[in-house]
Design a protein around this ligand. Structure first.
Ligand code: PTJ
Length: 254
């Protein structure tokens, strides 16, 4: 952290990267998580490292879905915990939603390290750790299929980030609404989720908490109208169009 100069033009991005590296030292992040972060950084560069309008739209709809849900759950993996533990816990409290650890590379030691990180950030209950992940998502073969009975298994809305496509598909097949935060608008997760927030979890989660507070004052009918009027594919098209137009613009400035 100390070796990144204050005036480095890419300081913010490098500090975020440091959080993932520190997460790996604490056994919160897997080495593959560093590769995922690098891929994310590339897409974030194309977004101008800002939360764009299409992401704000998806965030508003996600907030409406979360506050009207019967049993909303935030699924947390290694990268999410390393990048935004406090913000995730704050968001969960403001909805309120349950928190569940669910890992692609499942390992009980790491589940406990992530639980510890969430508790240090203020979480009171953390599901999905060890024997608590006693239920199985059918037709899913990765270790991500093990989930908590009172968490993801019985949830109607699941928020997740940096996810693999298989589990998103399995959750949607189980009639759950899936909100995915993914910088890559072309990933299978992005294409399958009910709502995709094409943004960095570092920016999207605090923004989502703000929106949860805003939409809470609206009546249920208005929120349902907002949800019905949202079309994920159209919003993903806007994200792709933004990226390609930005590249075309940049080509003129060289
Ligand atoms: O902690 P575990 O065991 O659950 O493992 C987590 C990783 C991330 C290693 C695992 O889920 C994985 O391998 O994910 P993928 O298949 O690499 O997918 C990660 C997706 O998240 C990619 O589409 C990236 O573009 C995107 N991404 C990376 N960093 C961010 C991101 N999206 C939002 N915010 C980021 N900071």
């Amino acid at each position: 952290r100390g070796i990144i100069p204050e005036n480095h033009p890419r300081r913010e991005s490098l500090l975020i990267r440091e959080k993932v590296v520190e997460g790996m030292m604490e056994n919160v992040v897997v080495p593959q998580g560093l590769i995922a972060q690098g891929r994310g950084e590339c897409f974030d560069y194309l977004l101008g490292e800002r939360t764009q309008d299409f992401a704000l739209r998806a965030i508003e709809v996600s907030a409406a879905m979360l506050v009207t849900a019967k049993s909303p759950v935030i699924s947390v993996n290694g990268n999410m915990a390393a990048l935004a533990a406090h913000e995730i816990v704050d968001l969960a409290k403001s909805i309120p939603a349950k928190l569940e650890v669910n890992l692609f590379y499942r390992d009980e030691e790491r589940e406990r390290a992530i639980e510890r990180k969430l508790r240090e950030a203020g979480a009171e209950e953390v599901l999905g750790v060890g024997k608590n992940a006693s239920e199985t998502i059918p037709e899913l073969f990765s270790e991500r299929r093990r989930v908590s009975k009172e968490g993801i298994y019985s949830a109607d809305v699941v928020l997740l980030g940096l996810e693999d496509g298989d589990r998103t598909e399995a959750l949607v097949r189980l009639q759950k609404k899936v909100i995915a935060i993914d910088l890559n608008p072309l990933s299978r997760t992005s294409l399958t989720a009910t709502v995709t927030i094409v943004d960095n979890v570092v920016r999207a989660i605090p923004e989502l908490k703000k929106k949860v507070q805003d939409v809470r004052n609206k009546d249920r009918e208005e929120l349902e109208r907002l949800i019905k009027g949202f079309h994920n594919r159209d919003n993903l098209r806007s994200a792709l169009r933004y990226m390609s137009e930005r590249l075309a613009q940049l080509s003129l400035t060289l």
